[in-house]
Design a protein around this ligand. Structure first.
Ligand SMILES: C[S@@+](CC[C@H](N)C(=O)[O-])C[C@H]1O[C@@H](n2cnc3c(N)ncnc32)[C@H](O)[C@@H]1O
Length: 475
């Protein structure tokens, strides 16, 4: 069990989760589930509300006890948390002078739980566990049993969302505290398709740090098994604004703003945006300032002289910002602008100094999860190499305040960020135009809309995001 996901919901968000589905009155006879209930943080509020409401409706203590036994369900995989949860719920009973309840709280794995019950309410803060943090068996189980997780690097919480929606009663509603990234991340695409029929409201707290320890940006989402209107209410809880977005206008990524007037040109029709080379072992290839001495025929690093022809200048948005200069070993050559890989043994024969230097990293180089065709001394991924031998721009995949755009020479081989080249020779727009577009306020606004919020005020964007930017004429 991955304990990293045991971060409990602060009290005011618990109340918001319950208010969001209307868990406020006439609760007797309505089933509610908290499917990752931890120490009962949410369930204690559920039970207190249930008791208060039943009392207000004049129900006897015995009926309330019987009601709690039928209506309140909880599941928790961790035995310690489960025991704490029972203890905390029993405390509420004592405080309210209600006899011992035979709770329907289970120490179980929700994703394997097969009781056939339908719920009027499901509330919670499910475990967020990234694909790579799940063990192999869990990855397979989830992949094979949940259609929202059939492809790509899903998050564990997608399966909780899918299973919850399926077990809602026809009039059922659920509210979940989730990472805001699920509305935009590439691997959440199938989940968004699945949720489209049910999503009714999103309360966005991306400007608020809900969890002290976690850097996750969060939202409460509310789903109805039978949504009455085909609109999604989006509320920015920091700004206090609300807009209604027609469900049919939700695209690949869910963007929460009223549609701006249509702009004419798509950036990607004129420019190609690619992620840069991935060596998968930068320490072997990058020669930072001060780690080498330049001589006539190359660069001396330790005991090796790395041949000049095989070394290029390199940059990243970070080195450019801090005005640092680095070199990169580039174990390829170009012929008529096309990348050429050395034949077997040729690299070692032509560049013995570079080969010997890289051989010093051999164990780590061999451990990389490289492309199948990559030779031991080549970069792990070579997808970006063909177009990189052009004049280009470089931008970061993370934007914080402004969008920094850098111009790079044809020969420079960046190893972080995304690079931008013109598409074809007869392009209507030049890289100079691209700079203006990328530095415009419209682009900045767009980036903060489509980007996935990460720590602080920063968002992460992809090459597809940049290509999908729509602009008007460049002035
Ligand atoms: C983010 S915590 C939320 C706890 C509680 N719902 C709250 O909001 O305070 C997620 C909880 O899910 C539990 N959990 C993880 N995997 C689970 C599974 N497969 N089935 C049930 N509970 C699980 C963890 O032990 C943890 O207590």
């Amino acid at each position: 069990m991955n304990k990293k996901c045991q971060i409990f919901t602060p009290k005011d968000y618990v109340e918001e989760l319950l208010n969001s589905v209307g868990y406020t009155q006439n609760l007797y006879g309505k089933k509610i589930l908290e499917n990752s209930c931890g120490d009962g943080n949410i369930l204690t509020s559920v039970v207190q509300r249930y008791i208060d409401d039943c009392k207000a409706n004049g129900l006897s203590r015995t009926r309330i006890k019987n009601g709690l036994e039928k209506d309140v369900y909880g599941i928790e995989i961790d035995e310690k948390q489960y025991e704490r949860c029972l203890h905390n719920l029993n405390e509420i009973l004592t405080q309210n002078n209600i006899k011992k309840v035979k709770w329907k709280i289970y120490n179980n794995d929700y994703l394997h739980w097969n009781e056939n019950v339908e719920f009027q309410y499901i509330v919670g803060n499910p475990p967020y566990i990234t694909y790579s943090e799940l063990n192999k068996n869990e990855q397979l189980y989830v992949k094979n049993n949940f259609k929202t997780c059939a492809k790509g690097k899903f998050d564990y919480c997608y399966a909780f969302i899918e299973k919850s929606i399926r077990s809602l009663a026809a009039d059922g509603k659920m509210s979940y505290l989730v990472p805001s990234s699920i509305f935009k991340t590439v691997f959440g695409y199938n989940l968004r398709i699945f949720m489209c029929s049910y999503i009714s409201e999103i309360k966005d707290y991306t400007q608020v740090k809900i969890f002290d320890k976690a850097l996750v940006k969060s939202s409460i989402m509310i789903l109805n098994k039978q949504r009455e209107q085909n609109v999604l209410k989006y509320r920015d809880m920091t700004l206090g604004t609300q807009i209604e977005i027609p469900i049919e206008s939700l695209e690949d990524k869910w963007l929460f703003s009223e549609k701006s007037e249509k702009r004419q040109h798509r950036f990607g029709d004129y420019f190609k945006v690619s992620h840069v080379v991935a060596t998968l072992l930068n320490k072997a290839y990058i020669l930072p300032d001060g780690t080498y001495r330049e001589v006539e025929n190359g660069f001396i690093c330790g005991n090796h002289t790395i041949e000049r022809e095989i070394v290029k200048s390199t940059d990243t948005p970070r080195t450019l910002r801090y005005n640092k200069h680095e070199k990169i070993i580039f174990p390829y050559t170009y012929n008529n602008g096309r990348i050429v890989h050395f034949a077997d043994g040729e690299f070692e024969r032509l560049y013995p100094g570079a080969a010997a230097y890289l051989n010093g990293f051999r164990e780590d180089l061999d451990k990389r999860q490289s492309d199948n065709s990559a030779k031991w001394y080549e970069y792990g991924r070579s997808q970006a190499l063909n177009d990189i031998n052009n004049s280009k721009l470089l931008i970061s995949t993370v934007a914080t305040n402004d969008i920094d755009v850098y111009e790079l020479d044809q020969e420079c081989i960046p190893y972080a960020g995304m690079y931008i080249v013109e598409k074809g020779d007869t392009n209507k727009y030049t890289l100079k135009d691209a700079i203006k577009i990328l530095r415009s306020d419209e682009f900045k606004e767009y980036v903060f809309k489509v980007g996935i919020p990460i720590s602080g005020r920063s968002v992460r964007i992809t090459s597809k995001d940049v290509e999908n930017f729509m602009f008007d004429e460049v002035i």
